[in-house]
Design a protein around this ligand. Structure first.
Ligand code: ADP
Ligand code: ASP
Ligand code: MG
Length: 420
């Protein structure tokens, strides 16, 4: 008998018929004798709808209240799912994050899991029940409800699998697995059979929303075997595993896009020591995560500072910066939400030159202007206007021949590292 944690995303439980179909699928595993813990998301669109309600009432919604609101989405699906199981005669119970208890820090709307009690879940499993847990939510030590950030149900599932020492964690979604790029915007995208935790971390952090990045972090740390697969087919999906278990080694393994960031520019900032700290300290104190930063020296002793933040933090960041601009003697702050970050990812890039320049060349051939660039040893990212997202992804996918399976890394002399 194995213990399996299965997570079903919003589209998999998008209406009551789908919820009943998921219940049937889970029952098949239960009937094979497995102990089943099921984590569910809110019905598709519900978290967005709740966010819309909040913004209609308060321009920058209070974060604690936002969690109170957003956590209701998952409560609906777990209760309905449990009813569906009971309707066909199976014993099941639904549990909220605080009932489990999934303890998090106090960082509302992006809380981190600190501890999970498995006692109650184990008790119900031992009584033969299917246990259903609300994804995406937890509770602080003071009893306040928290949420884990968008896509956070994946993290609930993997963290539960780690805490319960489950035999596997399966993430059921609306595509057949992890692809070389989003199969919904590029028909040539190819399903990857096995991918390393590190590459998956990079893909997830750069926008491949098929897995929440924190779920991959948990899977890596606790060596949770992770299987991403479709709710609607029986097809084998993608296994996320340790690097040594991967046979295929690609120069570039994926192309990602992220439309969730916004660009902010502070114009004519006095170019003095300590100015970056004066800007970014209050931002980080407010829990706003900054991604790319560019500082260009303009005329004389003034400079422009451009950086990106998550779109959901954009309004809060602008309110904060408009005050700050006056304090530091800068001219003004402007911003744009119509941007996208396009990235290419691959561990094979470590020892190869020319990947970034190929990317720039392909984008320029398509007439796409690059607004910002950042690189690391296994990725290159460019910020472009949002309207070019699909065009950029398809052109790069084709240029790096990602539709071809098992394309080995071309044998080249490794590029000497500067540190050596
Ligand atoms: P769920 O609601 O099941 O959590 P998500 O919408 O969060 O599903 O994630 C699945 C979606 O991720 C797919 O429909 C697909 O459009 C998108 N996606 C983006 N990049 C990738 C990728 N590299 N491989 C597979 N899916 C991807
Ligand atoms: N319902 C939440 C969201 O839409 C969590 C999740 O689906 O993973 O982001
Ligand atoms: Mg998701």
């Amino acid at each position: 008998m194995s213990l399996i944690v299965q997570k079903f995303g919003g589209t998999s439980v998008g209406n009551t018929d789908k919820i009943k179909a998921v219940a049937e699928r889970v029952l098949k595993y239960k009937q094979q004798g497995h102990q089943m813990v099921v984590v569910l998301s809110a019905m598709s669109g519900v978290t967005d709808q709740l966010t819309g309600y909040a913004k209609a009432v308060q321009k920058v919604p209070a974060l604690r209240e936002m969690d109170m609101l957003l956590s209701t989405g998952e409560q609906v699906t777990i209760s309905l799912f449990t009813m569906a199981l009971k309707e066909v005669g199976y014993d099941a119970i639904s549990l909220l994050g605080d009932q489990v208890s999934i303890t998090t820090d106090e960082m509302h709307t992006r809380a981190r899991i600190k501890k999970i009690d498995t006692e109650l879940i184990r008790k119900h499993l031992d009584e033969g029940k299917i246990v259903t847990v609300a994804g995406f939510q937890g509770v602080t030590v003071d009893g306040d409800i928290t949420t884990l950030g968008r896509g956070g149900s994946d993290t609930t599932a993997v963290a539960l699998a780690a805490a319960l020492k489950a035999d596997a964690c399966e993430i059921f979604t609306d595509v057949n697995g992890v692809y070389t790029t989003d199969p919904n915007i590029c028909k040539a995208a190819r399903k990857i059979d096995r991918i390393s935790y590190d590459e998956m971390l990079e893909l997830a952090s750069l926008g491949a929303k098929v897995l929440d990045i924190r779920s991959v972090g948990f899977a890596k740390r606790y060596k949770v075997p992770l299987h991403v697969r479709s709710t609607f087919t029986e097809t084998e999906g993608t296994w996320v595993v340790e690097e040594e278990k991967i046979m295929e080694s690609m120069l570039v393994s994926g192309v990602t896009y992220n439309k969730k960031e916004a660009r902010i520019t502070i114009k004519n900032v006095p170019d003095q020591p300590g100015i970056a700290a004066k800007i970014f300290l209050p931002i980080s104190d407010a829990g706003i995560v900054v991604d790319m930063i560019i500082q260009n020296t303009t005329t004389g002793d003034m400079t422009d500072m451009t950086f990106t933040v998550i779109k959901s933090d954009y309004d809060r960041a602008m309110v904060l910066l408009e005050k700050l601009v006056k304090e530091i003697g800068a001219e003004c702050v402007t911003g744009s939400e119509d941007i996208a970050k396009i990235s290419i990812v691959g561990v094979g890039m470590r020892n190869h030159s020319g990947i970034a320049s190929t990317m720039f060349h392909i984008l320029s051939k398509e007439g796409i202007n690059i607004l910002m660039i950042s690189t690391s040893e296994i990725k290159v990212s460019c910020i472009v206007e949002e309207k070019y997202t699909e065009l950029a992804v398809r052109a790069l996918h084709e240029a790096f021949a990602l539709d071809k399976a098992n394309l080995p890394i071309e044998e080249k002399e490794p590029v000497p590292s500067n540190e050596e």
